[in-house]
Design a protein around this ligand. Structure first.
Ligand code: CP
Length: 321
């Protein structure tokens, strides 16, 4: 497979999206265009109805080699609401279990007439490699690759921030907390927040869960959650990714919650109208307390609803003739 990277592969010569592989290097204009389209789809039932059928005759395949609840279901709903045929690749029942490679899997499904693959894979860069190996005209959307990128989660997080805090991010103080090192969500959020000019980006994690310094450029980095949360407008909690983690990076789950868990007492230090976000799935009692996850400042289910609108906007963009 070719070594083409996401940013160089995903735009057409005229600047429109061919694929959505990463938010790294995606021009602000493309990002804002997707958010504007998603905001209309989210808020306007008549607008949604008008788009029903716009992808009739196109086929979208959710090709997930890792588990998912939100991303896969919302892409399927998005495809169906636009009138596309939606095919789900079920990894557990597939011939990947007999050793078929991701590339062969994609090529066989492509031969059946799939126009767009929505791919999740544990390898960094796998989606871009599949895109580079596919026929011209087949579109790819990254639904999460390794620890690298989860661009539609980044977009839906920005849509949620915009809906609650306005489109001008210049005065916004946003805090990202937890397992940043293993989080593709955090990487896409950081890229999007920078592109949209967020006023202040704070990151808080124990040292073993921080990424390299180059990824934290422009961020204020904290070890103490109590100090980091002071006065912020939005708290983005991250899942502790135990499946991607070596042993011993956190002393114990109890200690992790004591130091980096969000509970009602800690949330009082944020701005009074601060919102709480989490990409899901949540480890309740590990990174977030029930009272906060289900409390009045939580917009976690709003994020989920925004995911369908964002994914409709993305599918329309990459499948536009
Ligand atoms: N946020 C997210 O990617 O959730 P899923 O793993 O359930 O898709």
């Amino acid at each position: 497979m070719s070594g083409a990277t996401g940013p160089s592969l995903q735009l057409r010569d005229d600047g429109r999206l061919r694929h959505l592989l990463t938010l790294a290097g995606l021009p602000r204009a493309n990002l804002v265009e997707l958010l504007d389209a998603a905001a209309v789809l989210r808020g306007d039932a008549a607008g949604r109805a008008a788009l029903r059928g716009t992808l009739a005759g196109r086929t979208v395949c959710t090709l997930f080699f890792e588990p998912s609840t939100r991303t896969r279901s919302s892409f399927q709903l998005a495809a169906m609401r636009l009138g596309a045929d939606a095919v789900n690749f079920d990894f557990a029942l597939s011939s990947a279990k007999k050793g078929e490679t991701a590339l062969d899997t994609m090529r066989n499904l492509e031969a059946m007439g799939v126009d767009c693959f929505v791919v999740r894979h544990s390898d960094n860069g796998m989606v871009a490699r599949l895109a580079a190996a596919a026929r011209p005209g087949t579109a790819f959307v990254n639904a999460g690759d390794g620890q690298s990128s989860h661009p539609t989660q980044g977009l839906l997080d920005m849509l949620t921030l915009r809906a609650h805090k306005g489109a001008d991010f210049s005065a916004l103080r946003v805090l990202i907390v937890g397992d940043v090192r293993h989080s593709r969500v955090a990487r896409s959020d950081l890229q999007a927040l920078r592109a949209l000019g967020a006023g202040e980006i704070r990151v808080c994690a124990p040292a073993p869960l921080l990424p390299g310094e180059s990824e934290l450029q422009g961020c204020r980095v904290f070890d103490s959650f109590d100090a980091a949360i002071e006065g912020v407008d939005a708290v983005l909690m991250l899942r502790l990714q135990r499946e991607r983690m070596e042993e011993g990076l956190v002393p114990s789950l109890e200690q992790y919650f004591a130091d980096y868990g969000l509970d009602a007492r800690r949330l009082e230090r944020a701005a009074p109208d601060a919102i709480v976000m989490h990409p899901g799935p949540m480890n309740r009692g590990v990174e977030i307390d029930d009272d906060v996850a289900d409390g009045p400042q939580s917009v976690i289910l709003d994020q989920v609803a925004n995911g369908v609108a964002v994914r409709m906007a993305v599918l329309r963009a990459v499948l536009a003739e």
